[in-house]
Design a protein around this ligand. Structure first.
Ligand code: THU
Length: 144
């Protein structure tokens, strides 16, 4: 678990740019809703993810979970922030908020200070996991 931290504006902006890049790989032939995520580990690595849909819809994986599972499968368990962008056919005039399952997956590895950057074509807004998943459930205790 990471303590409360502040990222530079440059790093936050670059995470949002990585999320936009990741969105281009979205495999979403059913919903046409493209999502990209960029996850920053506490040792400075960035893992990108996109949504990967399936003919059997329930097998779909969201962009955020793709990024987390890539990072965890490479040995990372400590994270500072995630940037997320998404919209229909890649139109990112609006923001894409993480789904409930993804918020719970974030909670497995992150505490309430984990930073969530929601980007769009104009810029981004900063939230925390505590904002997005209050009164969260974890078997690991309040700080993971
Ligand atoms: N999706 C994500 O990738 N992340 C979210 O947090 C919201 C939803 C994807 C899943 C599906 O491929 C498409 O967006 C429409 O739900």
């Amino acid at each position: 678990m990471a303590d409360h931290i502040t990222l530079s504006k440059e790093l936050e902006e670059s995470l949002v740019e990585y999320a936009k890049k990741a969105m281009k790989n979205s495999y979403s032939p059913y919903s046409h809703f493209q999502v990209g995520a960029a996850l920053l580990t506490s040792d400075g690595n960035i893992y990108m993810g996109c949504n990967v849909e399936n003919s059997s819809y329930g097998a779909t994986n969201c962009a955020e979970r793709t990024a987390f599972y890539k990072a965890v499968s490479e040995g990372h368990h400590s994270f500072y922030a995630i940037a997320i962008v998404g919209g229909e056919r890649g139109n990112i005039t609006g923001i894409c908020t993480p789904c409930g399952i993804c918020r719970q997956v974030m909670r497995e590895f992150c505490d309430e200070n984990f930073i969530i950057l929601l980007g769009n074509s104009q810029g981004y807004k900063r939230y925390t996991l505590g904002d997005m998943l209050p009164y969260s459930f974890s078997l690991l205790g309040p700080n993971g």
